[in-house]
Design a protein around this ligand. Structure first.
Ligand code: ADP
Length: 409
């Protein structure tokens, strides 16, 4: 019985200097404990640990690499006082977030030597993320030698995009040689909320056309028809599309040549477009945070109001386009830090969707804060609904699904 065999699933999100973990019991889909090791490889490494329903604990630890960080995290999981396991042998499987799967992976997979080699090959496309994700996998192989590892890719869900949507109008040789194309990101979140939307609408996902908006520091929208992605706003990298916390989203690519000819290096331009643009670039504040933007706009600061209007305008442009491509939609879903919590951030978008039959209900919008619920009027033809995402649970579900499928073979 797979349910029992894969009950305790550990979810790992390994970054270059951090390792986040969450332990689930899949029979009830409950989170048992979670935590984070920060500043791995520095003398100030720190472990934050929280057992479900209890207060957070913090302690400085020695963690010169990801293996040590994981070992310290695991010590907490089996700690007689604060732990949730008697022994690490209770961990049945491990699910890893991997940012880029390129065209190698259109689904989650059990990690093998070949899979690790392919993840390494994708490092070209995600140089900051994939090597760190791989470090997390290798650490788990050491600490849990006989436990299966499953890789869940941010890009995998978007692999269902049709060729005409993912191809850039560049000479074909750049695709042939470098696989330059649109990949899309936040796939785990888009997939999670699409499934949750089907539950909410009480219809099978296969029958639905959905526009899912994951709005956080990084933001993307996906058009999903019958559970398959038709198009999404991010591309080869997470830079294009929406206006984000510090990323510019869509700009005229010739701006890059212009700035280069003005004497800026490619690295400087990269830094400006990824880290100094978006809300931060235009809101007149020292912050790319939506809360700060909204507060300043409410105080009458024109630059912040313009940033908010730009954010809403750009998102509405994509939602309208995706509505057309889908041939109409059953719902627009909002998720991520802004989608779940920012009443003015959602208003900036939904107030621009009247032409699609989606009318903002101010009272509903104010009432939905970090919870599931509609924010459009009762009579809207196109409902706008907030659905909190849970990427870690989705990774645990995918891990379970892939292993249960492998068992059946
Ligand atoms: P990330 O992409 O880093 O995961 P999040 O999904 O946490 O980011 O989203 C961060 C954004 O969400 C920020 O712009 C922040 O202002 C906004 N946000 C988070 N919590 C709230 C809240 N309680 N109220 C309003 N905005 C919020």
């Amino acid at each position: 019985m797979p349910l029992k065999k894969y009950d305790k699933i550990l979810v790992i999100n390994s970054g270059s200097s951090s390792l986040k973990f969450m332990l689930f019991s899949m029979s009830t889909e409950t989170m048992l404990a979670k935590g984070l090791v920060e500043r791995i490889g520095t003398p100030n490494a720190n472990l934050v640990y929280q057992r479900d329903g209890q207060a957070k604990q913090q302690q400085g630890i020695a963690a010169e690499n990801h293996g040590k960080a994981l070992a310290m995290a695991c010590a907490m999981l089996v700690d007689p006082e604060n732990g949730v396991l008697k022994s690490l042998r209770e961990v049945n499987a491990i699910g890893h977030r991997v940012v880029h799967g390129a065209e190698f992976f259109s689904d989650a997979v059990v990690v093998t030597e070949d899979v690790k080699a392919s993840i390494k090959k994708c490092a070209d496309l995600a140089p900051l993320h994939n090597p760190a994700n791989l470090d997390g996998i290798v650490a788990c192989e050491t600490v849990f030698p006989n436990v299966p590892n499953v890789a869940i890719f941010d890009t995998a869900f978007h692999q269902s995009m049709p060729k005409h949507a993912f191809t850039y109008a560049l000479p074909q040789r750049y695709y042939d040689e470098y696989r330059i194309r649109k990949y899309g990101f936040h796939g785990t979140s888009h997939k999670f909320v699409a499934q949750a939307a089907a539950d909410y609408l009480k219809r099978p996902l296969e029958e639905l056309s959905l526009i899912t908006c994951h709005l956080g520091n990084g933001s993307s929208i996906a058009a999903i028809k019958g559970g398959k992605v038709l198009d999404t706003t991010m591309g080869l990298t997470p830079l294009p599309g929406l206006i984000m916390g510090t990323r510019c989203g869509d700009i005229d690519p010739a701006i890059i040549f212009f700035l280069s000819r003005k004497g800026m290096s490619i690295d400087e331009i990269d830094n400006v477009l990824n880290k100094q643009s978006g809300l931060l670039g235009v809101n007149g504040l020292d912050s790319g945070d939506m809360r700060d933007t909204v507060t300043a706009a409410a105080q009458g600061k024109a630059a912040a109001q313009n940033a908010l209007d730009m954010f809403g305008h750009r998102a509405a442009l994509y939602i309208g386009g995706y509505f057309t491509l889908l041939g109409g939609a059953d719902a627009v879903i909002f998720t991520g830090g802004i989608g779940e919590n920012s009443i003015p951030g959602r208003k900036a978008i939904v107030s621009r969707l009247d032409a699609l039959g989606c009318k903002l209900d101010e009272a509903r919008n104010k009432a939905v804060f970090g919870t599931l619920g509609p924010i459009s009027t009762e009579t809207s033809k196109l409902p706008a609904v907030v659905i909190p995402t849970n990427e870690e649970l989705m990774i645990a579900r995918e891990t379970f699904r892939v292993l249960a499928r492998a068992m059946k073979k």
